[in-house]
Design a protein around this ligand. Structure first.
Ligand SMILES: C[S@@+](CC[C@H](N)C(=O)[O-])C[C@H]1O[C@@H](n2cnc3c(N)ncnc32)[C@H](O)[C@@H]1O
Length: 258
């Protein structure tokens, strides 16, 4: 499959994406922690949205509670029956359908999904529970905080599909892929492990490639300057479908920890 070229394809700011973009009170977009008596405010990559749960989602939070992990987690590999299986971590799985399909298709791997959107967490455990999956766990947490607690080199694949594009210049600092946040990702990836990102937002695609191609600890599996061909093992996500409907291109990037 031919990959759209980052340079040639122009995309327009679609009203759908502008409406979807979290853009609220900056006070609410910072995590606060108190180190040495000094307040430290870290910039968050998400905005928590409150949306009602439907009946099956509410029930799923009780019925499939065993699939939901409370933090802090010191070694996510130990959450699973087969802790020796390679660990995939997905950050911001949304409603979780593609994560469930991936876990179903790869019983020889373990999957940890991290999300802050409660209806998404509920929907994900509903679908995972109905499918009887044992190799998937989810957490309601800021993925950056979870990553900090995991052992170095313990993640085999880290996936970030259609992250919030934060398209306003004043919000670029919230983009997950950045020189500020990638050192943590690199530290937690095993040697030979993959960071796999996908986006339908051309400006973010160009940005991602610029950041990732200039990380000394990462190697572009498809060669410097190139997007990856869309992998057939990555199921379409909800935000990817919306992007297609809005006429956007899609770019996948696969980088190996060296
Ligand atoms: C645009 S949505 C994409 C959802 C899904 N991956 C898809 O493609 O349909 C981005 C999601 O990432 C989540 N998110 C962003 N930053 C996060 C973080 N630091 N920790 C956990 N979830 C995060 C948001 O809550 C949101 O649901």
């Amino acid at each position: 499959m031919t990959q759209p070229s980052i340079q040639s394809e122009q995309q327009h700011l679609e009203p759908m994406q502008l409406a979807d973009q979290p853009d609220g009170n900056d006070q609410a977009e910072h995590a606060q922690d108190n180190k040495n008596g000094k307040e430290h405010r870290s910039v968050l990559t998400f905005m928590r949205r409150s949306s009602p749960l439907n009946t099956s989602q509410t029930q799923a939070l009780q019925d499939y509670q065993h699939l939901i992990v409370e933090g802090p987690v010191h070694d996510a590999r130990q959450l699973f029956k087969n802790p020796e299986h390679p660990l995939t971590v997905e950050i911001g799985f949304g409603m979780g359908r593609s994560l469930v399909l991936m876990a179903q298709a790869a019983p020889e791997r373990n999957f940890l999904g991290i999300e802050v959107h409660v209806p998404g967490i509920a929907q994900c455990v509903y679908e995972a529970g109905m499918a009887g999956l044992t190799n998937l766990r989810v957490m309601d947490a800021d993925a950056l905080e979870v990553l900090k607690g995991l052992p170095d080199g313990s993640i085999d694949r880290l996936q970030l599909y259609f992250p919030d594009p934060w398209q306003k210049k004043k919000h670029f600092k919230r983009r997950f892929v950045s020189h500020e946040r990638m050192p943590l990702v690199e530290q937690k990836l095993a040697k030979g492990g993959w960071f796999h990102a996908a986006t339908d937002w051309e400006h973010y695609a160009t940005w991602m490639l610029d950041v990732l191609d200039n990380r000394p600890a990462l190697k572009n599996v498809y060669g410097k300057g190139n997007a990856a061909p869309r992998p057939d093992w990555r199921p379409e996500t909800k935000f990817e479908r919306r992007g297609h409907e809005a006429g956007h291109g899609v770019w996948d990037f696969i980088f190996e920890k060296i």
